[in-house]
Write a protein that binds this ligand. Structure first.
Ligand code: GRF
Length: 194
């Protein structure tokens, strides 16, 4: 059995995507092991869940760092301390500096609640509804210094309903995120294992 890829998950909030990754990783044949959950917010609900699962947690409150670079260099030191090989951003609501991102080529991935390259940035569901698109969804992609620009790994789509509101559309996309992200982590981890 190949060694599992040592993975860290970055969160800022409830961490529903983190939960789906943790659950998927508990399968014996899953190629990644979740070693660490790191949050930039002390009140992130996902920290308690990770701790209950026996996963190491670190909180780097971004408000206590003078600059983004200071936050990122502390995050990098934590990743090295835990001997991390792959980083998953999951509901992580901060932009990382180019120096930090460029230290993880092909080893940092993110989930975005839209079908990139459409709807980069925030408020993706409101914008999709305003444009009356018929299809929407989520994208798992490699992280590069430019926001929401990296190579696409996997996407899942939903049909937009006449009755959709941002909340109902977001909820349906989130269900697909919870399927897309574990599958993307499996694919990327298998490639890193060879
Ligand atoms: C989700 O919509 C995700 O696409 C975005 O952050 C939201 C919350 O994610 N990145 P989670 O429940 O904290 O994983």
């Amino acid at each position: 059995m190949m060694a599992k890829v040592r993975t860290a998950i970055f969160i800022s909030g409830g961490g529903s995507n983190m939960r789906s990754l943790v659950e998927a990783s508990q399968a014996a044949n899953f190629p990644a092991q979740i070693i660490l959950v790191l949050s930039n917010r002390p009140d992130a609900g996902g920290l308690a869940y990770a701790a209950e699962q026996g996963i190491a947690t670190v909180c780097l409150d971004h408000k206590t760092f003078k600059t983004r670079a200071d936050f990122d260099s502390e995050a990098q030191a934590v990743l090295e301390r835990f001997d991390i090989e792959l980083v998953c951003l999951a509901g992580f609501m901060r932009l990382l500096t180019p120096d930090f991102v460029n230290a993880w080529p092909g080893r940092m991935i993110n989930i975005h609640p839209a079908l990139l390259p459409a709807y980069k940035g925030l408020h993706t569901h409101e914008r999709a509804l305003a444009d009356k698109v018929k299809e929407h969804g989520c994208t798992v992609h490699f992280v590069t210094p430019e926001m929401d620009e990296g190579e696409i790994i996997l996407q899942r789509t939903v049909v937009v309903l006449e009755t959709d509101t941002p909340a109902t559309l977001a909820a349906r996309v989130l269900q697909q995120e919870h399927l897309a992200y574990p599958e993307a982590l499996r694919l990327v981890s298998q490639r890193l294992q060879v």
